[in-house]
Design a protein around this ligand. Structure first.
Ligand code: MTE
Length: 316
């Protein structure tokens, strides 16, 4: 993000061979079949490794919110990542995120709530039936992916804790463990994000536990992450441990690091340039041509009304 230049190099060309070999070894050691393609889905032994990346999540609901665009291949989605806690190169999360233990894991939903509660991750996953939703993720450096995420609306979790009327925003916090994560203050750890309450309650806002029908790999934000498809990728915060209902707009990691470059709203907007590059076009991973970026990442029909009357050049 901040310190990277946009890259047009396909991940298959930049990922060092040994990383792919390491990954294959990791998958084999975990007793899994294959994640080399969609053909490997299903048939995985559910008890072999509790909540191991690559394990089938079982039957899923198909979501009416899905796009029918061609999906990005699984290998790119799981090997070309931004998870700065594990390094700032796109291949670092795959190489390093396996060090994070994702069980036991709890998520505290706290702040301005009638029934604040700490959820064990496995109880959290059972709150609502898991849906498969094929969403675009548009990252700020001008690349995009189409990913079949698995999860349920964040609203289902927030309703469980009875938000108070004074709760106007939601703050999100990522797990931070300096023993296994970057200590360099690339950003002010822990990584935090925020949404306005109506954005958080919007049915497109997803709490994701998986992708391609399988348990979310660590490098993609296991055991649970946010997916906010109409916003730049950095809003889609990974490996959540705290969700806090608050009255005032929360500070967010990238806004604190570079306020002139990253605002609170971060809606995908081809008309507002990043100070160092245009945001008018993007390259879909796996394609060579650039395509025009769509307002709200193509979700304008669903979300434009949230911002009626706002100057989106000012509230970028
Ligand atoms: N969450 C945390 N905790 N740390 C991060 O560095 N990077 C963000 C977002 N969530 C990030 C994060 C950015 S910039 C992007 S583009 C997406 O994660 C990338 O998600 P992906 O790696 O699953 O494609």
């Amino acid at each position: 993000m901040l310190i990277k230049r946009p890259s047009d190099i396909p991940p298959s060309e930049i990922t060092p061979r040994e990383l792919f070999d390491n990954r294959r070894r990791f998958i084999r050691d975990a007793g899994l079949l294959t994640v080399a393609g969609l053909t490997g889905l299903g048939g995985l032994n559910a008890n072999a490794f509790a909540a191991t990346s690559g394990q089938s999540l079982g039957p899923l609901l198909a979501s009416p919110f899905s796009t029918d665009e061609e999906q990005t291949d699984l290998k790119s989605v799981t090997s070309y990542n931004n998870f700065y806690e594990f390094g700032t190169d796109k291949t670092d999360p795959l190489a390093n995120a396996h060090k994070m233990q994702v069980r036991p894991w709890t998520v505290s939903v706290e702040g301005l709530a009638g029934k604040p509660r700490t959820f064990d991750i496995d109880d959290l996953i059972k709150l609502a039936p898991l849906e498969e939703r094929i969403y675009r993720l548009r990252c700020v450096e001008a690349w995009s992916m189409v990913v079949p995420w698995v999860g349920f609306p964040l609203a289902a979790l927030l309703k469980e804790v009875d938000p108070l009327g004074s709760a106007k925003y939601v703050e999100f916090v990522t797990h931070y463990d300096p023993e296994i994560m970057l200590r360099r203050p690339v950003i002010d750890w822990p990584y935090t994000e925020g949404l306005r309450m109506d954005e958080a309650m919007h049915p497109l806002t997803l709490l994701s536990f998986g992708l391609y029908g399988e348990v979310l790999p660590n490098q993609n934000g296991a055991p649970v992450r946010l997916v906010v498809p109409w916003k730049y990728g950095f809003k889609s915060i990974k490996s959540l441990v705290t969700i806090r209902l608050v009255e005032n707009e929360p500070a967010t990691a990238w806004n604190k690091a570079a306020p002139q470059e990253y605002g609170f709203y971060s809606n995908v907007n081809p008309e507002v340039s990043h100070p160092r590059w245009s945001q008018a076009t993007e390259r879909r991973i796996g394609e060579l041509r650039r395509r025009p970026t769509l307002m709200f990442n193509g979700y304008a029909d669903q979300v434009a009304s949230l911002y009626q009357g706002m100057d989106l050049k000012k509230h970028y």
